[in-house]
Write a protein that binds this ligand. Structure first.
Ligand SMILES: [Zn+2]
Length: 141
């Protein structure tokens, strides 16, 4: 299934190829203060393929906090946060924001609440390696 997504203004857009076709798409509502403030609800599949296109890099902010192991990509123009990336052993991993997905039937979404506060950096890295999108390319970065 090819899922397209973008920030509100379209400066950041992506193609997410999710194979095999998902019977449901997990939507993780993260409890951290940043995600609460930025409507951060994330999805990923380790076998998916993500191609991101950024039209104007000058309109992009990359925000890190906490353990500084992940980067939130924020569009300055519309203030959306369409994706988060994490580099692990030289490989780029990512999750995408549910709010950025286009044309997804709400019945496909299965919501979870997550709280990763107690995790060590090692646990966090392992979880991302297992669950995050492992094939990520971003043009312009
Ligand atoms: Zn935007």
């Amino acid at each position: 299934m090819l899922i397209t997504g973008q920030c509100q203004c379209g400066n950041v857009s992506f193609n997410l190829e999710w194979l095999p076709d998902p019977t449901r798409i997990p939507a993780w509502a993260c409890a951290c203060s940043f995600c609460q403030a930025h409507k951060g609800v994330w999805t990923s599949s380790p076998s998916a393929d993500l191609k991101v296109k950024i039209s104007n890099l000058a309109l992009l902010t990359r925000h890190t906090f906490g353990t500084r192991t992940a980067e939130f990509l924020i569009c300055k123009q519309c203030e959306d946060t369409p994706l988060v990336t994490s580099e692990i052993d030289g490989r780029l991993y990512a999750v995408v924001n549910i709010h950025a997905l286009q044309g997804i039937s709400p019945t496909l979404l299965k919501y979870f609440h997550s709280n990763f506060d107690g995790e060590s950096v090692e646990e966090r890295t392992e979880r991302r390696r297992r669950n995050w999108i492992a094939n990520v390319s971003i043009n312009g970065l």
